[in-house]
Design a protein around this ligand. Structure first.
Ligand SMILES: NC(=O)c1ccc[n+]([C@@H]2O[C@H](COP(=O)([O-])OP(=O)(O)OC[C@H]3O[C@@H](n4cnc5c(N)ncnc54)[C@H](OP(=O)(O)O)[C@@H]3O)[C@@H](O)[C@H]2O)c1
Length: 297
């Protein structure tokens, strides 16, 4: 069993946080949610929520010390807040830090690392490497959230307009359900030695856009799915252009994410080599995959 017992999840109430908290609770960890707002929606009643001011080091250190926190899982959307959180964790004697990442292979692929959307994540990785004699770290790379990406219309557009098919739609990419990302976090904390100071790679499945569209047509025949082809190199150029002009910065950032996922040179398929077995992630069967698509479209 893990040498860790008390786990703090910073930003536990958003898109990903509840799945992580549930997996930790199911694996008998004691979970403390660190929260700016004090919100508790979506969290099990056994979880203690502690309000913190991330701008105050003493506030964060007391929350961590008072609850004897062994490891922190960060879901903070403001990635550049994390170096201060890491410093507080070191002072409070926290042993392991899992940064807010949960997507692309940011520091392991030179093209991905250059994308402006990953600046804060990369800065955090560099900071963790600098501090690794004082605190251990693990980064989780899981690709797109499969269920979340379907629900938001990101993978198949059900919110009006065509579904974009990027480059060759037969290219496969790794994708992971929120529940499996939660399992990966619990798996890391149960295997501290094997996951120390490295990125781990997980997937619920590796799938192409054409395969996803085919499943969507099968399980939701009533949906009219129109598609349009998009060249990610063009998207990249347009997005740098928007940044230069200071226009539609959010659109540009979102486009950079699409490039990192769908352009083959950005390394988003780890089907051949991943940490599923170590971390207890079982790939979805075809029937389970169809159910995820049916439920979330
Ligand atoms: N791979 C994918 O497809 C994918 C998709 C989405 C997200 N992600 C990644 O998953 C991680 C978590 O993202 P998320 O979407 O779950 O985050 P989120 O929902 O935007 O925020 C998580 C929580 O952080 C707290 N928070 C919000 N704004 C904050 C601020 N300015 N400062 C401090 N705390 C703040 C809130 O909790 P409290 O009110 O309780 O403090 C919020 O519920 C990120 O690393 C993100 O990049 C990956």
């Amino acid at each position: 069993m893990a040498i860790y017992k008390n786990i703090a999840v910073a930003g536990a109430t958003g898109n990903l946080g509840p799945a992580i908290v549930n997996a930790l609770v199911n694996n008998a960890f004691q979970v403390v949610a660190l929260s700016r707002s004090g919100k508790t929606e979506g969290l099990p009643s056994s979880v203690k929520t502690v309000k913190v001011d991330y701008d105050s080091k003493t506030s964060v250190i007391s929350a961590l010390r008072d609850n004897k926190i062994d490891a922190i899982v960060s879901n903070l959307p403001q990635y550049d807040q994390q170096p201060a959180l890491i410093d507080a964790a070191i002072e409070a004697g926290v042993k392991r830090f899992l940064p807010s990442d949960f997507g692309s292979n940011v520091s392991g692929n030179a093209n991905t690392a250059k994308l402006p959307v990953f600046k804060g994540k990369l800065l955090t990785h560099e900071y963790l490497e600098k501090k690794e004699s004082e605190i251990e770290w693990t980064i989780i790379a899981n690709g797109v959230f499969l269920d979340w990406g379907l629900g938001k219309g990101f993978l198949i557009n059900t919110h009006g307009g065509p579904t974009a098919l990027f480059d060759d739609p037969n290219n496969k990419v790794s994708t992971t359900t929120l529940a499996d990302v939660g399992k990966a976090v619990a798996g890391v904390l149960k295997h501290p030695a094997e996951t120390k100071n490295r990125s781990v790679f997980v997937q619920s499945t590796s799938i192409s856009q054409n395969e996803l569209v085919a499943i969507a047509k099968k399980v939701k025949p009533e949906l009219e799915i129109q598609t349009e082809n998009v060249d990610t190199e063009e998207l990249l150029k347009t997005s740098y252009g928007l940044l230069e002009k200071g226009e539609e910065v959010m659109t540009a950032m979102f486009n950079f994410l699409k490039v990192s996922i769908f352009n083959k040179n950005y390394g988003s398929d780890w089907n051949d080599k991943n940490d599923n077995a170590l971390l207890g992630i079982k790939e979805l069967s075809q029937a389970e995959l169809e159910e995820v698509v049916r439920k979330n479209l």
